[in-house]
Write a protein that binds this ligand. Structure first.
Ligand code: COA
Length: 143
């Protein structure tokens, strides 16, 4: 929750509450990874600087959230989380990852570099508190 609270711009209403996360984690097909400074699982006593949360069904997994604390960004933690996710999802028998992203989010560079391809656009899907509604772009990645 510390990463969640720091990472998401309140303008877009993308952060989940503790309760939403708690509920999601009780579901069997929900998976998460935490990352410390080197992108691997935090060492004992080390704070988490990033996380990724996914939900999977029948060979396809959706990336629900990925976040890295602002002060820890551009150090490869997001990339390491997605690389670990690709590997663990593959081991679970997942053949495709998908995700939905707010149009214009710089995370698109990260997704593209890992093989995610934009496949559709949902107009006005996200609310933007300051500049009005924003389209959602759906990506998939065959793994
Ligand atoms: C998206 C996010 C998780 C990326 O985490 P990160 O640890 O900074 O990512 P990395 O350092 O691994 O970046 C890998 C590559 O992605 C691209 N990238 C990441 N952030 C970028 C930015 N703000 N602008 C341009 N490119 C960016 C770059 O190509 C980068 O490689 P480089 O630093 O060698 O140029 C982080 O910016 C974040 O938490 N954003 C807010 C939450 C969010 O929008 N999540 C996605 C929607 S759920």
């Amino acid at each position: 929750m510390a990463v969640m609270d720091a990472a998401f711009d309140p303008e877009y209403g993308e952060a989940w509450t503790r309760r939403q996360i708690g509920d999601a984690l009780t579901l069997q097909n929900t998976h998460y990874l935490l990352a410390g400074r080197d992108g691997e699982h935090p060492l004992d006593g080390e704070e988490a600087l990033g996380f990724v949360l996914t939900r999977g069904t029948a060979g396809e997994e959706e990336v629900l959230l990925i976040a890295v604390k602002p002060e820890a960004r551009r150090n490869g933690i997001g990339r390491a989380l997605l690389a670990r996710l690709l590997e663990s999802a593959r081991q679970r028998g997942t053949s495709r990852l998908c995700l939905e992203m707010r149009d214009g989010n710089p995370a698109k560079h990260l997704y593209a570099s890992l093989g995610f391809i934009p496949v559709s656009r949902r107009p006005n899907y996200y609310r933007g508190a300051l500049n009005g509604p924003i389209d959602a772009i759906t990506y998939t990645c065959e793994i």
